[in-house]
Design a protein. Structure first.
Length: 329
């Protein structure tokens, strides 16, 4: 392995991957993979913390890996693999489970959201424990930097705390990871409700633009996107819906919000939305062509090779951990 710093990140193969996942996470990975020793995971074990149809899960797992490739993750530079192919993740999670406190997990915003404000009666223990598996993912590989969207910051903080706690109790073992969150694209909001993040588990498909939406669907969804009162294209906190749409426009076009504002002086929402759909489609169309050209066989081979490459790192770290806690090897 190289002496470059390591980055690790992952995405759940559940629901439809959307432009928020691309702008908040994947687009940053592409840039970072040249500079860092990069590992990107498809986190299927995380996905089953809420009910999944087995056939769909298998299909989605391959699709996420294909999305990584089509977006520009280069398997020659980065390792891509499926979480459940490296059982060390689950094993390390168990050990970390003995260090984490219930109260720490009860505080997790994502858990509270998914469990309808912490209603623990109806949710699986796996959903509660989910951040500990994420900590294991990160810590197993000596990860220094975790490129994610803003919603994952709290989970990375927990990984940091657990690493420090383990090191304190058993001696220097884990590198303390840091979240890497880029200002631009870190929090893409829902098209139907700009007060909540764009989410692949949203009830309405009008919440998100999926990376596999066709040209007409994108036009329809952007047309239906909520806007604020008024008719001018203004970039301001008081206009959260418009601000979100301008941010999306800016991210895909490379123009600044200020330039976009200038472009639409004297024009209305209609013109702006038509152009926004076009800007998104000019990214999605070539992306989808690449995506559709990747075969299941090719992606399976890349995932197999990726797992082979990362397994020795995970195995060595887990052995070190087991020795430190007093297991006989
Ligand atoms: P997941 O699958 O929910 O999301 C994948 C990535 O997309 C980012 N993201 C967003 N960014 C901007 N705006 C949005 N609306 C938006 N929605 C999602 C997320 O921040 C994330 O970076 N727990 C993780 C997966 C995971 C992981 C890991 C990540 C498991 N183990 C280890 C990093 C390191 C998750 O559920 O992401």
């Amino acid at each position: 392995m190289s002496d470059k710093k390591r980055i690790f990140s992952g995405i759940q193969p559940s629901g439809n991957l959307h432009i928020g996942n691309y702008l908040g996470a994947i687009s940053n990975w592409i840039k970072l993979q040249d500079e860092f020793d990069s590992i990107f995971c498809v986190v299927d074990s995380h996905a089953i913390t809420v009910p999944q149809d087995p056939e769909t899960l298998r299909k989605k797992t391959l699709e996420i890996a294909k999305i990584y490739l089509a977006a520009g993750i280069d398997p020659k530079k980065s390792s891509i693999f499926i979480q459940s192919h490296v059982p060390e993740h689950a094993e390390l999670m168990w050990i970390l489970n003995t260090l984490v406190k219930m109260s720490e997990l009860e505080k997790m915003t994502q858990f509270k959201d998914k469990a309808q404000n912490g209603n623990s009666e109806s949710v699986a223990v796996g959903l509660f424990d989910y951040p500990v598996l994420m900590a294991a993912d990160i810590l197993l590989y000596g990860t220094e930097i975790v490129p994610v969207g803003e919603d994952q910051k709290q989970h990375v903080e927990l990984a940091r705390d657990l690493a420090k706690r383990f090191n304190h109790k058993f001696g220097e073992t884990f590198i303390i990871p840091k979240a890497f969150i880029k200002e631009e694209g870190m929090r893409v909001m829902g098209l139907d409700d700009p007060t909540k993040k764009m989410s692949k588990s949203a009830a309405s498909e009008y919440n998100y633009i999926s990376l596999t939406d066709d040209v007409e669907t994108v036009k329809r969804k952007i047309k239906k996107a909520v806007t604020d009162s008024g008719s001018e294209i203004i970039y301001a906190d008081e206009k959260p819906a418009l601000k979100n749409l301008i941010n999306i426009y800016a991210s895909f076009s490379g123009k600044s919000p200020k330039e976009i504002r200038t472009l639409y002086v004297g024009k209305g929402y209609g013109d702006f939305k038509t152009d926004l759909a076009q800007v998104i489609n000019s990214f999605l169309t070539p992306f989808q062509e690449k995506l559709n050209a990747i075969s299941d066989e090719d992606v399976r081979e890349i995932l197999r090779a990726g797992a082979e490459k990362v397994k020795p790192i995970a195995k060595a770290k887990l052995e070190e951990v087991k020795k430190k806690v007093g297991f006989i090897l």
